[in-house]
Design a binder for this molecule. Sequence first.
Ligand code: ADP
Ligand code: ZN
Length: 730
Amino acid sequence: MTQEYFAEGTLIGVLTTEPLDRVLDYKAPAGGCKPGAFVQVPLGPRKVPGVVWGPGRGDWDASKLRTVRRVLDLPPMRRELRDFLERAGAYTLTPLPAMLRLATRAPGLRDLPSTRTIYRLGQGRGARMTDARRRVLAVLQEDGGPGLTLGEVSERAGVTPSVTRGLVASGAVEQVAAPCVAPYPPLDPDRPGKTLTAEQAQAAETLCRAVRDDGYGTTLLKGVTGAGKTEVYLEAIAACLRKGRQALVLLPEIALTAGFLNRVDQRFGAKPAEWHSGVTLPARHRCWRMVGQGQAQLVVGARSALFLPFRDLGLIVVDEEHDTSYKQEDGVLYHARDMAVLRASCNAAHVILASATPSLETWANVQAGKYARLDLTARFGGATLPQLRAIDMRQEDVPPNTWISPALEQAVRQRIGDGEQALLFLNRRGYAPVTLCRACGAQVSCHSCDARMVEHRLQRRLLCHQCGATRPVPVACPSCGAQGRMAAVGPGVERLAEEAARLFPTARQAVLSSDLFRSARALKAQIKAITDGDADLIIGTQLVAKGHNFPRLTLVGVIDADLGLQGADLRAAERSFQMMRQVSGRAGRGGRPGLALMQTFQPDHPVIRAILSGDEEGFWHAEATERRAAAMPPFGRMAGIIISAPGATAAFDLGTHLARTDGPLRRVGATVFGPAPAPVARIRGRHRVRLLVKAPRGAALQQAIAQWIGGVKLTSGLRLAVDIDPQSFY
Ligand code: ADP
Ligand code: ZN
């Protein structure tokens, strides 16, 4: 039962961000407090901030019960947000304190002064002038804004604070109190938007109706790049703003925000609030406050914006909903798309998932009738899509230990010769070969997993990254029995780069693989260099599928289109399909049509055929059929357990212990595979071991896992992370 108010002395539960396993019992302070109030509580010798979570549990020694010290001057956390944190925490198996940390990132739980002193030009004249004083006046004149703080004036004018104070005394400068956090300029939804095409207008109208109706709902907005998805969802935002509710737009990359801010400015006459890691702390503080007061109508941001204290959130747009960066891969492991849907359901808000290449999860939710779907079929203004063609590797004469077929080589040579860019795509980092039969095309897979065996050169054995099974490299093909036709193919990008350098010695190469960049800035620089035409040949992993726009890119060669067909990475087929479509999105723009060539040993495979024919629905059906047959997500459930430790033995021992005590999992029909060394077996000096849990779709997986790992004591530097619905298996 929710209570509206806790009177002084009432037993209440307070959630802090301290890494404790529970909500703590306290007594309500003098004057009482509301549920959701931000408070300060004594904890041991310290004072820590927290949020009043509800009635106390009463299982704490009453004589030791302490009283909340004070209530902070912040609007209480709303019921919907508390619900969301609880449900998101339960879903991702994240302790509540860690969830609270996500929701209180910007200002921490401090109450900040509501006003600050700022300085601006005054009316007073006749102050004795010095160089320093003139500089101060010039700085204030230049500013043109509401005023500057003493620190800002000192810094910009290069003077000590006493100079400014002297000018205040003479009246030449005045000192005023200004609110710390100013509301954002209002957005006007009634400014005219672009004239929509009939198809766009219809989609916009459907979305506006959904937004006007209140209540939770999710719609997939599907359309090729340039179809006008953004124009359409801007109309839904307008409908939301007209109702006086707030909207949130999530973008997969900070780099995309600047362009979007300008489009909002054009449409609504002002820029929205921004929330991501590139925003300064004061600006984030302002955003957090104003969102809570309803004075930020629209927020554009990264996934963490889902945890802002919206006063009345009516719409969440997840743009490029299929993008892998929506999965948070460290700290709290959550998927922003799924959390957006959860948050919306807590807030009676609508969700728009926009994409040219939706995730299979979303597609399946549409098929199941859980999400609505709108299609934009035409590109605005019209443009041709590139050709897609297969290179049948059974017909190609490819020397051993090389992976670029003569046909692909020739195409690359031609494009480079014409001053265009070519991209060789291989979804494998580093050096990770695959073993297959040249006679029949079959690949060697693990007996107990839906996984390809990976050759490890040092051990000269095949290893399953899912379950750890190993066996010698076979001499005869396990499939067709042909002798001596087994070959290691499917190199990592680094190995591919070696080959390309031999074939195209004069081409300027750029290798794009996430493990090759130390920083985001280094990666950005490389991407910019490619965009500017400083490379002829790009060799990359899925990093290049990120929707970067390389205007001179006209040829894409997929080195191993079969890579996705057997599920070493569950989503590899989906990803290559998405990649092909995205390449299509950018290649049709220049004068010369784009071409995508896919090297395959199985040109008749249904997935390959669907990709070639551009038959998207056919592809989704084929992919869904395969996953359903294997009971893989979204038709079955998965969770990854990642154990790490300074030493490999400790991590393995815990993994083995868990694998042996899998009773709670078996009771819900789940199976555990592993322990196996993680594909990246050491990160930051820690050894990593993985277990994989598979369960039927309806299984109460989280509860079972909580019970399973609940008794584990993490000693000697051991860490254990649970990844519900893992997206990657690194
Ligand atoms: P998407 O989000 O699907 O990639 P956008 O909304 O960005 O597509 O549209 C692509 C380009 O076409 C943008 O520059 C956009 O302003 C323009 N555009 C789309 N629809 C219209 C329209 N109805 N009128 C004018 N310009 C449009
Ligand atoms: Zn296996």
